[in-house]
Design a protein around this ligand. Sequence first.
Ligand code: PMP
Length: 349
Amino acid sequence: MFDLQSIVRPNVWRMKPYASARDEFKGTASVYLDANENNLGSLAGNNYNRYPDPHQKALKSKIATIKGVKPSQIFLGNGSDEAIDLLFRMVCRPGQDRALFLPPTYGMYEVSANLNDVQLDTVQLTADFQIPVADVLRNVKPETKLIFICSPNNPTGNSIRSEDIEAVLDNFDGLVIVDEAYIDFSDEPSWTTRLQDFPNLVVLQTFSKAWGMAGLRLGMAFASEEIIALLDKIKPPYNINEATQDLALKALDQDEQLKYMIEEIIQERQMLESALSTLPIVEKLYPSDANFILVKVKDANALYRYLLDKGIVTRNRSSVPGCQNCLRISVGTTDENQQLYQAMSNFEI
Ligand code: PMP
């Protein structure tokens, strides 16, 4: 049985969160001398001399409407990378607790585990990049607190079968993190619709991909109110800066433009897939529900260097177990994709 009380670190329950100046004084005043700001103004303009809202109330309320969850079920992070790190810090006692992940997958789960001195157990995805559920459950130890599942998975591009995610959620008593950074490009429903069914589910999403806001650093975690309250308790107080909050609020009004961009990117991906599939050097194109394609060739290192020479940078995943001789290629503009295709068609093995 999942029991939040017992999986969260005792020091996290015990600690008092930082109370910001504006938390202690909740009213409105004409003179603010409580936060050691520069009251003369900001060299960056706007009201950036003031600290941002540490609770991101306006932003959370808008996201809640769009995503169909309560504002209290949303944590906002400095990228979803911050949420990954805070989840480790919330539940894993350094040097004692463990987490489990399923490579080939996103690299930050391992980096965050190492940084937090958490032992990471590895269960390789199957040949078709799905979860070997029985293996996963066999590798769970009493100290295992977190399991990371990325769907659609980076760098393979496929969605993970929902019945397998459900089996992990049902049979594991720690937190299951479903990282949906690329969900906007997929037809699969988001796991945010299942939060009521699974008290141990945390869903990650980001504004870095479909929303085109990677430079602003804004990620989301969705979970029960109890889990979100704990993430909010341990986060740095002003982790989402004012410029990001302002710009994200404006971006969230542009849902038509978002839909249009997603459709364009998917269409470009499909065109790129059919173009690349005609090339003799391409041994395999893995099906993608994301805004990138994993491509297997005879010699990925050579192709990577050749493309670099032509001014085209891709992600070489050759050294990643399960992705030998693979490049991960982001979907670009029509023109960029044509340049890539041209370059690849001139590549001699
Ligand atoms: N999860 C996955 C699967 C990703 O691929 C990425 C970024 N490449 C992230 C999370 C991190 O996203 P963010 O920019 O929100 O930190």
